[in-house]
Design a protein around this ligand. Sequence first.
Ligand code: ZN
Length: 279
Amino acid sequence: MRDLAAHPGLLSLNTATVRERWTLEEIIEGCARHGIRRISPWRDQVAKCGLAKAAKLIRTYGLRLSGYCRGGMFPAADEAGRARARDDNRRALDEALTVGAECLVLVVGGLPHGSKDLAGARMQVEEGIAWLLEQARVAGMKLAIEPLHPMYAADRACVNTLAQANDMCDRLGDGVGVAVDVYHVWWDPALEAEIARAGRTGRIYAFHVCDWLVPTTDLLLDRGMMGDGVIDLPRIRGWVEAAGYKGAVEVEIFSAANWWKRDPDEVLAVVKERYRTVC
Ligand code: ZN
């Protein structure tokens, strides 16, 4: 098994991790200062910086982008809503190309407002991805479906297990893969088998880490720093590596009450330390 400590260059910072205190410009400079060579930025941060300026900064600092956050949110109550979602995804794809991301991460969306039709929402997701995939293939941009924990099925993503994402990828074909985020999938009894399955077709496009705190006090904004919770990170990393994944280990921590409040320089120092010692 690869020793991550010997590969600090694989550490990537999902920019949400320090988004409350730093702008994208500050994050890019901060990562350079801390020797972090990869990031995964969010669309709103890029928009605030300006797309062209963000792309230039990323090139100037020689950063690699382990992903671009994010496309998706496909289901809608009517055709007009679905058309808006398609337009927005087309823009996300163009932005991902401009900043030079390795993949566009898809948080696929949940139930349309007022709907209880979960199967229908999942069908809309697949239709939306199929539409986007045609253009992504031409453009040479990979699409990474990120299954989200089932607690988000209603409002964020109705793709909730790696098996479901793998099934969808099987049906959709080349150019679409998965983002394995330990926060969302660590509990899944089929995780090892489904990671291996994704690896067999070379479709693990991203690997996201943080930790699951006990108790978790907020459904969205209480993710833990690696090592502070109950996820067996080395074990899951081992599965991902055994499946042939050689890409970045992306640290993605939404933590309104703790890490977002701290000095980002301190956060990055802890991220590097935990990456070395507990990932
Ligand atoms: Zn993630």
